[in-house]
Structures are given as structure tokens and as C-alpha cells.
Design a protein around this ligand. Structure first.
Ligand code: LLP
Length: 422
């Protein structure tokens, strides 16, 4: 559920009309609803209210420090995958003891930064990484809490690019090897302390069964490890819960919560979650202006001022984002019907630069605004400067007020750090 709705024929974010925001900040712009973020956080938190748990929001989904702070204020921690994400989270005020660090390629300087910060645990993805963490921790005279990310070989039934828990994926360590590594760490590595087991199987998962399958395997691992005298205190289930972009029947966190709680009864463990998309996906939109319309010989095109550099998901995964007119003469335009069938495309010089293909739409005209829905996750955070396009600004709406939480980039920003050789 989110708080983007029509009031009359005008599209609003909470109590502020999108038109009003655009008048002040221009296009393209990302607009987030604070109330939606809070609602999503609490829906997840309440799903696990009856058991010890920690929500470590996955920073990569949307890394703006205002978003991070919103969740941190509610008691959340973070899941990071780089030194840069750790830096952002610390700037947002995260408690280091609520930070988990995932990713297959942690650099030595990043490991050192995390150790000095005193994070809760590293989610280790290879035997070599485990030894590197131990070595660096020894040099710094620190102890590193670790979990091994186990690769359970389950099919999350999602887009192949965002499946991570299959044997052929680069992520995690296969079960029996993971157990060997825990035992090796316990006996030989004095500066790592195995405290958790981690398992993240993929993203935009809209069924409970893949999570349940993964959980079955991780529970067996935990019991084996405890029999070996390894004191596992945390089970990190990763993120991955999907959302509705179009007509997906994504499970509510409470359904996911019930399944996880039932399956972990008696395990005596603190659950960690790394939700990203479900927290921010439907809490953000990308607003863009129609520049031109054009009738090709085979297709209609609506050319807008946002592009694949602003929102890469359609180009990368063929993902669907609903499109809503910011002003519509016959509200509400939400039945999926339309007056034209068109491709919505951006100005970037690639045929893959599109937001929609053969989509029924109202007959958009030059100068009109459209909202690309469900753009809060993996939208701005995956944006780039391709074609030397300054990145969009980001705006947070809170009730009847809005604030810019990231300025639009300038041309000067584009060449920051570049040197013109003589
Ligand atoms: N934890 C780990 C270790 C992850 O790799 C991810 C996402 C998450 C948590 C958060 O997953 P979520 O709850 O958001 O599904 N760019 C793609 C999604 C890539 C997901 C990468 N990992 C997209 O736009 O669909």
C-alpha cells in the first residue's frame, strides 16, 4: 500500500500535488512518500513482533541518507555491500552493532573500515574471504563476528539476473563446504567468531515456498553447527520479498512472517532480515515530462525527459512500471485502458532506452507529466550519468510538506574530478 493517489484529476504524493513539486524542482525527479516508508517498515517489523529480530534494510535498494535515517529512526539497522554504503549508513546515524556486511568481493580496505567501525557481522561468501577477514582482524587486534552465506541451491522463481541461491550463481558457499569452513574457523582462525548463518536466495520473490525450502536447509546447518559446539546466535534470512508492480500476487510480510516464525519455532535464535524492495519500491515514483510524441510507421512513441540512466530496470530486466498521468481529464485513470498504444522512451541513444513497450496510455501531449510508479527501489540507486545526463533530484514528501533530499546534479558535477590534460 502506498500514498500516491488522485485527488480530483490531480496526482498527489500524500498531501502534496505532484505538479506543485515539479514546478519547484523540475523533471525528471524522484518523489518518495515518508508515510509509505514508515508503513512498510512497520508492516515488516510487526510480522516478527513475537520473536527476537533485527531489520537490516538493504541499502542498495535506495541509498539516500534521508531514506536510511527514516528506517534507522524506527530502530532498524542496515545490510551493506561496500565501504560506500557503510559510510552512508554511518552518516545517517546507524548503530554499528546493527550492520551486516554482505557481498562476494569485499576489499581489504573495506574490511578494515568495517572492523574499525565495529559492525555486527560479515556475511562471508568464500573461503578466501574468511581467511582475509581473520588476517585483517588479527592485524587490527579485533575480533570479527561472521556468518557464512550458504548457497542452498533453491530456485527463487524470479528473473535470472536476480536469482542468487542456485549452485550456478556466484553467491555464497555450498552447504557441506560451508560447514567445513565453520569448523575450520572455530579451530584455526582466532580472530573470527562464527555467530550466524546467512542465506539470501534472490530478489522480487512472490512465493513463500522458495524461502521455506531455503529455511529447511539452513535449519539443518544450524543444528549441525551447534552439535559441533559452534554457538550460532543469528539466522540472517536475507531480503528478497517481492512487491506488486503490475498484477503480481506478492505475499504480505505477515504471511512471510508467519511461515518463518512457524518454521523457526524452538530454534532459539535472533532472526535478521535484509529487506530492500519491499520497504522502498512502492514508496517512490519517477516523474518525467513528455518532450515529444511521434508516430513511426509501426509504432507510436512518447518521448520523455527521463531515460534509462535514471531508471534502468526496464532496459535491464524488461521490468514493468505502471504509468500514470499527473493530470488527467477523466480521473481516475487506473483501469489499464488507454487511448493510444505507445512505447515510452527516453532521450538516450540506445534502443534499449525505454520505460514501456506497446502500452495502452492516455494520449499524452508534449509538456504533460507522467509518473512511473514503483520506482523507489533500484531506481535512483542504479542511476548513472550515461550520455552525460545529470542525475535527477530526489524529494521526500511528508504530509503537506516536501523537501529536496538530493539536489539535481549540475553540468559542473558531471566533470567533478576530471582533468583536462595540457
Ligand atoms: N541482501 C542481499 C545480500 C542482496 O543481495 C539483496 C539484493 C538484498 C538483501 C535485498 O533484496 P530485496 O529485498 O530488495 O529483494 N536491481 C534488481 C535487484 C537486485 C537485487 C540485489 N540484491 C532490480 O532492480 O530488480
Amino acid at each position: 500500500m502506498h500514498f500516491f493517489t488522485y485527488k480530483g484529476n490531480k496526482f498527489y504524493a500524500e498531501g502534496v500535488s505532484i505538479e506543485k513539486i515539479v514546478k519547484e524542482v523540475g523533471t525528471p525527479c524522484y518523489i518518495y512518500s515518508h508515510k509509505t516508508l514508515i508503513r512498510h517498515y512497520h508492516a515488516f517489523d510487526e510480522a516478527f513482533a513475537s520473536v527476537p529480530h533485527l531489520i537490516c534494510y538493504s541499502v542498495k535498494a535506495n541509498s539516500n541518507i534521508a531514506i536510511l535515517k527514516t528506517f534507522i529512526n524506527e530502530g532498524g539497522g542496515v545490510d551493506i555491500v561496500s565501504g560506500g554504503e557503510l559510510y552512508r549508513a554511518l552518516k545517517a546515524g546507524v548503530n554499528p552493532k546493527k550492520v551486516v556486511y554482505s557481498g562476494v568481493g569485499k576489499r581489504a580496505d573495506e574490511i578494515e573500515y568495517a572492523l574499525k567501525t565495529g559492525i555486527l557481522m560479515f556475511n562471508v561468501e568464500s573461503p578466501e574471504e574468511l581467511r582475509a577477514i581473520d588476517r585483517i582482524a588479527k592485524r587490527l587486534k579485533k575480533k570479527a563476528g561472521i556468518a557464512i552465506r550458504v548457497n542452498p541451491d533453491v530456485d527463487p522463481k524470479t528473473h535470472p539476473y536476480i536469482s542468487t541461491g542456485l549452485k550456478k550463481n556466484k553467491f555464497g558457499i555450498e552447504t557441506s563446504r560451508a560447514i567445513q569452513e565453520y569448523v575450520y574457523a572455530k579451530n584455526n582462525l582466532k580472530n573470527v567468531i562464527p555467530i550466524g548463518v546467512d542465506c539470501h536466495i534472490g530478489s522480487q520473490i512472490t512465493q513463500i515456498s522458495p524461502f521455506a525450502d531455503a529455511l529447511k536447509k539452513t535449519k539443518q546447518i544450524i543444528s549441525t553447527l551447534r552439535n559441533e559446539g559452534i554457538d550460532i546466535k543469528y539466522l540472517d534470512m536475507g531480503g528478497g520479498l517481492g512487491i506488486t508492480y503490475k498484477d503480481e500476487d506478492a505475499p504480505h510480510p505477515s504471511k512471510y512472517g508467519k511461515a518463518v516464525i512457524d518454521a523457526t519455532k524452538g530454534l532459539n535464535i535472533t532472526l535478521i532480515f535484509e529487506p530492500g524492495r519491499i520497504m522502498v519500491g512502492n514508496a517512490g515514483i519517477l516523474v518525467t515530462k513528455v518532450l515529444y510524441t511521434k508516430q513511426g510507421t509501426e509504432k507510436n512513441f512518447v518521448i520523455v525527459d527521463a531515460a534509462m540512466n535514471d531508471l534502468a530496470r526496464p532496459s535491464l530486466y524488461g521490468s514493468y512500471h505502471a504509468i500514470k498521468p499527473v493530470t488527467h481529464p477523466t480521473p481516475p485513470f487506473n483501469k489499464g485502458g488507454g487511448e493510444i498504444i505507445a512505447d515510452v522512451v527516453g532521450p538516450v541513444c540506445e534502443s534499449g532506452d525505454f520505460f514501456a513497450k506497446d502500452r495502452p496510455l492516455p494520449a499524452f501531449k508534449s509538456g504533460e507529466l507522467m509518473a512511473l510508479m514503483s520506482a523507489g527501489a533500484y531506481g535512483f540507486s542504479m542511476s548513472s550519468n550515461y550520455n552525460s545526463r545529470p542525475r535527477a533530484c530526489e524529494v521526500m514528501v511528508k504530509g503537506n510538506k516536501f523537501s529536496i533530499i538530493r539536489e539535481r546534479e549540475s553540468y559542473k558535477d558531471l566533470i567533478k574530478g576530471e582533468k583536462r590534460l595540457k
